[in-house]
Design a protein around this ligand. Sequence first.
Ligand code: CAA
Length: 381
Amino acid sequence: MDFNYSEEQLLVQKTAMEFARDHLLPGAVERDEKMEFPAEQIEMLGEMGFMGMMIPESWGGSGFDTVSYCLAVEEIAKADAATAVPVSVNNSLVCALLLKYGNEQQKEKYLKKLASGKLLGAFSLSEPQAGSDASNLLTSAVRDGDHYIIKGTKNWVSNGINSDLVMVFAVTEKGVGYKGISVFAVEKGIDGFSTGKKENKLGIRGSDTCELYFDDCRVPAENRIGKEGDGFSIAMTVLDGGRIGIAAQALGIAQAAMEKAIAYAKERKQFGIPISSFGAVREKIADMATGIASARLLTHRAAELKDQGKPFSKEAAMAKYSASEAAMSASTECVQIFGGYGYMKEYGVERLMRDAKITQIYEGTTEVQKLVIARSMLEEA
Ligand code: CAA
């Protein structure tokens, strides 16, 4: 593994950092407070090529590698983790799915627009009874001539409200478990497809999350992606890549927390000296720095394996597990270092703690990541 970033990777990181500093940080607290989607910022990120980063230019993307993508997502999340949600979902779940599994017609119709930021995508696998047990779907898609009729309820859909196109997983054959799941690209605005209310969340409040309702919704058969029954394996493969993006998002939150904690600890005096002189505070900073550095290595290793076309499922799970732990721990300890001030909204560190929590939950909980890692270790032994 080369520990030096290429000039291109560093340029991507710098561009993302400057954008985040100028366009994300200023309104982040307000958007969090008002649960306001960063629509203008997502449009700008699309124009800058950040919505289809790993998609070849011929399909409307910017053709960067996964390490560049991680560096960009980390910078974005460092300023505003809520904005990193639509970026991550569109890049690593929706565009990646279409690039790998879409046919030429589907790529021409949808991928070009999604990768260039003209459309925003969402990924809808979960249902009220199917979270970690992701194949336990009830939403059905029944073939009717050259259409499928989709019926059911999906939930926890990031970008659910603001997206133009949703990757919907549904059961096309009952009684055969995960082998009966297929995936469809479903356009917003078609009859029988509606969205629920915007969920009032603990963190990443600027991103939108909602339920989706399909009431005998007729979707053209040509919008099925891959073969009938391939849906679950498509979801799992795509989620492996998605987990690298969530790890990068978690790293951004953790890095922001550590930087804020260090700056405050050097400035804040108690008992006549800066609190950074106290062993208890130094220990927290050492733990933050070590947790972040090791999670970043795991994340970039998973990204590199993905780019090399090698298996990376276990490594992506390790990256997400370690980075989300680093984010939760660094943000909690940052609030602790800030003490009473940290508990107040105006100091802007409690937002990091609230935002960090979701990284241990979505795109596979910490417990699911451990299951993936342990299974892989036992199979290898
Ligand atoms: N890549 C490719 N195929 C995979 C795979 C992977 N990583 N993992 C499993 N599969 C395949 C298996 O090979 C198997 O197929 P074969 O029999 O043909 O080999 C099939 O899928 C079933 O696999 P399992 O028996 O392992 O399935 P399981 O039911 O035991 O589930 C699980 C395993 C890891 C728990 C999985 O269900 C899982 O990852 N759950 C979490 C789901 C998740 O991450 N949800 C997030 C949804 S998106 C979101 O968060 C919201 C948003 O808007 C971003």
